[in-house]
Design a protein around this ligand. Structure first.
Ligand code: ADP
Length: 187
C-alpha cells in the first residue's frame, strides 16, 4: 500500500472530498493546508492574520509560512499521509522532498484529479452560491484558477518527470472517481 500521497487538482476538482474519504478508508492522516489555514484564521493566530487577506484574494500564502506549518505535522508521523493543497508551488514541492528525504522517506505517488477549466469554473460558481465561502466570488475564482495554472500546474510536470504521477478522470461521478483513486492507493 502507498504511504505518502499527494492529491493534485485545480480548485473545484473535488480533491478535498476525495482526500478526506481516502484518508478514512486507509486510516491515513489527511493534511489539508486550506483547512489548516482556515483554522488558523478562525483561531486568530499570527499566521491566521497573515494568511487571511491573501486567501480572500485567492493568492498563495508565502512558501516559508506554509512549509513551516506543514513540517511540524509531517514530522510527527511515520504513517500514511494524504497531502491535500500542498505542495502548490515547485518551491514547496522541493521543500517537501527535502523534508521527507531527511527522514529517509519520499513521496510514493501524486494523484491528479483531472478536470477541465470549463467544468471547474461552472462548479466553483455553483458552489459560491451555495456555500458562500469568502474566496468563492467570481473575481476571486478567476484569480484562483489563474494562480493554479501559473504556480501550481508546473508541479504536475515535476512529479510526472519523476515517474510519480497518475491521472484520474475527475469528471466522473464522485463514487467512480473515488473507486479509481482507491484502486491506485491499494496498489
Ligand atoms: P481550493 O478550493 O482552491 O483547493 P484550499 O482550501 O486548498 O482551496 O485553499 C484555500 C486557500 O488557502 C488558497 O487559495 C490559498 O490562498 C491558501 N493555501 C492553501 N494551501 C496553500 C499552499 N500550499 N500554499 C500557499 N497557499 C495555500
Amino acid at each position: 500500500m502507498l504511504q505518502k500521497l499527494i492529491l493534485l487538482g485545480p480548485p473545484g476538482s473535488g480533491k478535498g472530498t476525495q482526500a478526506k474519504r481516502l484518508a478514512e478508508k486507509f486510516g491515513y492522516l489527511h493534511l489539508s493546508t486550506g483547512d489548516l489555514l482556515r483554522e488558523e484564521v478562525k483561531n486568530g493566530t499570527e499566521l491566521g492574520a497573515q494568511a487571511k487577506t491573501i486567501m480572500e484574494k485567492g493568492d498563495l500564502v508565502p512558501d516559508d509560512l506554509i512549509v513551516a506549518m506543514i513540517k511540524s505535522r509531517l514530522s510527527a508521523t511515520d504513517d500514511g499521509v494524504i497531502l491535500d493543497g500542498f505542495p502548490r508551488t515547485v518551491t514547496q514541492a522541493e521543500s517537501l522532498d527535502k523534508m521527507l528525504a531527511d527522514a529517509g522517506q519520499g513521496i510514493d505517488r501524486a494523484l491528479l484529479v483531472d478536470v477541465s477549466d470549463a467544468e471547474v469554473t461552472t462548479r466553483l460558481l455553483g458552489r459560491a452560491r451555495i456555500e458562500g465561502r469568502a474566496d468563492d466570488t467570481p473575481e476571486v475564482i478567476s484569480n484562483r484558477l489563474g494562480v493554479y495554472k501559473q504556480q501550481t500546474e508546473p508541479i504536475v510536470d515535476y512529479y510526472s518527470g519523476k515517474g510519480l504521477l497518475t491521472k484520474v478522470n475527475g469528471e466522473q461521478e464522485i463514487e467512480k472517481v473515488f473507486a479509481d483513486l482507491e484502486a491506485i492507493v491499494a496498489g
